[in-house]
Design a protein around this ligand. Structure first.
Ligand code: ATP
Ligand code: MG
Length: 437
């Protein structure tokens, strides 16, 4: 393999999206990857793609240097190149201009051909794609997924910045488990055993003592045992936590975050006509209590359900629930130790899930802020309270009433874009079977 030519002093002056007939006659430098080369006798057409799309290069015998034409004609698709040349208005070319090259530099010649072309709309096997994810991510649906994701992250952050929230970063290497349920990944921490954090829960609660309103966008790690299209071993969570509010206030904030996300995806789709999304309605997000839905399952279906059971996705489908909705006031039993009991009904928690159809997007609750009650809950769940001494101590300094939630970013993006497999809402998915690339 030839060592790549250096970039040297040459720098890109224009993206393919900057191509405009008004550039006619100007000298431009474009860079990207060779998408296609076609020769017709004395004329060679090449399509170069950068992150914004294609640009056309036209090298004619007699107009362009012979050596340059030879190199262009032989350029292997996927090679990365720099082309300097004169822009020439042309109605047939993308952007209405083609480039008549006077310099061509092959920055890196491709020595392999990927198992599918980036232009392919559907590649049947997701594992084939994941094996060469850097090429796969050039495919249009994925470029739009991550373009929209960027827009969502910006809008969500702007919402929090505009509402007095401090952006926090909490440790991802932790000494003990914060929640039951999903399993932890153990790691070596010097000479001790530690774990990857399954959520920022305890830290974000403590930080309401210092900042009142906090949010974090960061990975959560869960050793999910099963293969599903909605679970990753490493996911990104948008967490928020706030002092002096309860779960109803957090539900309002969650609805607003989701509205901002939908707005951002809508604007993205308008700017990028290639992306077509059926964005869920976020204007009025209905709220149903667990009790109400359990009653409907009992009355409207032949399913056998006990009060206290989790609401299985297939049951929610049977009720015909679709779009976005909240399920509130879950039974206390399966809830983590930090979730608060409802004042007037000890069987019920001050909690909610935000759903999109049968997919859970977020869980939130009012938190326990009474130290002794918290310790009691830990004991009842069989947790070693000694491991949480620091956390319990924080509650002795006047822990205010507080509430919060975590929204799964990949699941939010699945809802916004109608994507069925969570793996395509993340760059490099991690699951039971996959740790590479
Ligand atoms: P589920 O019941 O769907 O497994 P959960 O109730 O265990 O989710 P929570 O602990 O409530 O999840 O986490 C809050 C949010 O984080 C979830 O609503 C979801 O959006 C997201 N999330 C949790 N686990 C995962 C995962 N393994 N992969 C992707 N997102 C996740
Ligand atoms: Mg949950």
């Amino acid at each position: 393999m030839e060592p790549p030519e250096g970039l040297g002093d040459i720098r890109r002056t224009h993206l393919s999206s900057d191509m405009d007939p008004a550039l006619d006659g100007e000298e431009v430098v474009v860079m990207g990857w060779v998408a296609a080369v076609r020769s017709h006798g004395n004329i060679t057409f090449a399509t170069i793609r950068d992150r914004t799309g294609p640009v056309q290069i036209v090298a004619k015998k007699g107009v362009c240097d012979d050596d340059l034409r030879t190199i262009l004609t032989k350029a292997k698709p996927h090679s990365s190149v720099a082309v300097r040349g004169r822009a020439s208005a042309s109605a047939r070319a993308p952007g209405g201009v083609e480039i008549i090259p006077n310099m061509l530099r092959v920055l890196s010649a491709a020595s392999r051909t990927p198992p599918f072309e980036p232009a392919t709309v559907t590649v049947p096997n997701i594992d084939t794609r994941l094996e060469v994810r850097c090429i796969d991510l050039r495919r249009e649906p994925l470029r739009h997924m991550f373009g929209a994701r960027t827009a969502v992250l910006r809008a969500v952050r702007e919402y929090f910045y505009g509402n007095g929230f401090t952006e926090i970063s909490t440790p991802k290497m932790i000494a003990s488990a914060t929640e039951g349920g999903s399993a932890l990944f153990p790691i070596f921490y010097y000479d001790k055993e530690a774990f990857l954090a399954q959520s920022p829960q305890l830290y974000k609660e403590q930080l309401t003592m210092s900042f009142e309103r906090v949010f974090e966008v960061s990975p959560i790690f869960r050793a999910e045992p099963s293969r599903t299209n909605r679970h990753l071993a490493e996911a990104i969570s948008i967490d928020m936590e706030e002092a002096f509010v309860d779960y109803n206030d957090i539900m309002d904030r969650t609805a607003e975050v989701v509205r901002r996300a939908a707005g951002a995806v809508g604007e993205y789709a308008e700017r990028n006509p290639g992306s077509k999304y059926d964005i869920p309605d976020t204007v009025d997000i209905p709220r149903y209590t667990y009790e109400e839905l359990a009653g409907r399952i009992h009355d409207e279906t032949d399913l056998h359900m006990e009060w206290g059971d989790d609401l299985h996705p297939s049951w929610l489908r049977r009720l015909g629930l679709d779009g976005m909705y909240f399920i509130t006031d879950w039974p206390m039993g399966p809830k983590p130790f930090y979730v608060k009991t409802k004042q007037d009904d000890p069987r019920v928690s001050e909690s909610f899930d935000l759903m999109w159809g049968d997919l859970e997007l977020s869980s939130g609750s009012t938190r326990m802020n009474d130290r002794d009650g918290l310790e009691r809950n830990m004991r009842n769940k069989g947790m070693k309270t000694a491991s949480f001494a620091h956390h319990l101590e924080a509650f002795e300094y006047g822990m205010p009433p507080h509430a919060g939630c975590g929204i799964g970013l990949e699941r939010l993006m699945m809802a916004m874009t109608g994507t069925g497999n969570i793996r395509d809402a993340t760059f490099y998915p991690r699951d039971v079977d996959r740790l590479t690339p």
